[in-house]
Design a protein around this ligand. Structure first.
Ligand SMILES: C[S@@+](CC[C@H](N)C(=O)[O-])C[C@H]1O[C@@H](n2cnc3c(N)ncnc32)[C@H](O)[C@@H]1O
Length: 240
């Protein structure tokens, strides 16, 4: 890369951050339950993405992908779908390694950020990365195709309370949209083990998710990991 290209890329990245923060500002102004307003976020946005040097409150998507060992599922002939995709950082990262990568979130500004990041990645990588982002609640989404790889990361029984409903409908819909031999990855929202905690319901919800996933899919791995002061349940499952 020559000097001019380096400078141009630096400006492109600065402009990307500016565009992302504009959307985040629009979102936080109109949403009293924005994740950026949650006490533990200390004003930080939710997702982080090393590739674009963007810092949020969670580990970067690259670090989370490594931690969940998801690279083994990368396949240039496969399609991925991420439920509750937030800024679409997983969707964008997956688009580099799958044939096409989709996701949904009901927050308009998050979906717009995902599209902005896709345009940036296409420019920087000089590749046509196929990304589809739907601004809809997963429950209300009519998908036109099935997927090889579906992720639900901290997207079931969300702490913003926008995803609610019974586990049967949620996980049966995932099962329906998974192709034969397809993989489903589940990460719970974080939960405490202390029953006095106001967040203890999150533990009960993780257990009901586990019970439903166990019935519907073949389990490949189940692991509980520490997440700050709390815990999260991680499940890797395959379509029966
Ligand atoms: C805790 S964040 C997790 C974001 C992302 N999956 C991750 O792990 O980095 C939950 C996300 O789910 C979205 N969400 C909440 N309810 C939803 C629903 N019913 N359908 C789709 N997305 C939803 C929120 O807007 C938010 O972006």
């Amino acid at each position: 890369m020559n000097y001019n290209e380096k400078i141009a890329n630096k400006y492109l990245l600065l402009n990307l951050h500016l565009e992302i923060y504009k959307k985040l500002y629009e979102e936080v102004c109109k949403n009293d339950f924005s994740y950026s307003r949650a006490p533990n976020s200390r004003g930080r946005p939710y997702q982080s993405y090393d590739f674009i040097n963007f810092k949020g409150l969670r580990w970067s998507v690259e670090k989370r992908i490594k931690d969940m060992e998801l690279e083994k599922f990368y396949n240039k002939k496969s399609s991925s779908f991420d439920i509750g995709c937030n800024f679409g950082f997983f969707v964008n990262e997956f688009s580099r390694y799958f044939n096409d990568s989709s996701g949904c979130d009901h927050v308009k500004e998050f979906i717009e950020i995902g599209k902005i990041v896709n345009r940036y990645l296409c420019k920087i990588t000089k590749k046509k990365l196929k990304v589809n982002l739907f601004c809809k609640k997963f429950e209300d989404l009519n998908l036109k195709k099935k997927y090889d790889f579906i992720t639900s990361l901290a997207a079931y029984q969300t702490t913003d309370k926008y995803q609610r409903g019974n586990p049967n409908k949620y996980f049966e819909k995932i099962d329906f949209f998974l192709k034969k031999k397809g993989i489903f990855i589940f990460e719970s929202v974080s939960y405490p083990k202390n029953s006095d905690s106001p967040d203890f319901a999150n533990k009960k919800n993780s257990e009901s998710a586990y019970n439903k996933i166990k019935k519907l899919f073949n389990l490949r791995s189940v692991e509980e990991k520490k997440s700050g002061q709390y815990y999260r349940l991680f499940i890797e499952a395959e379509k029966k």
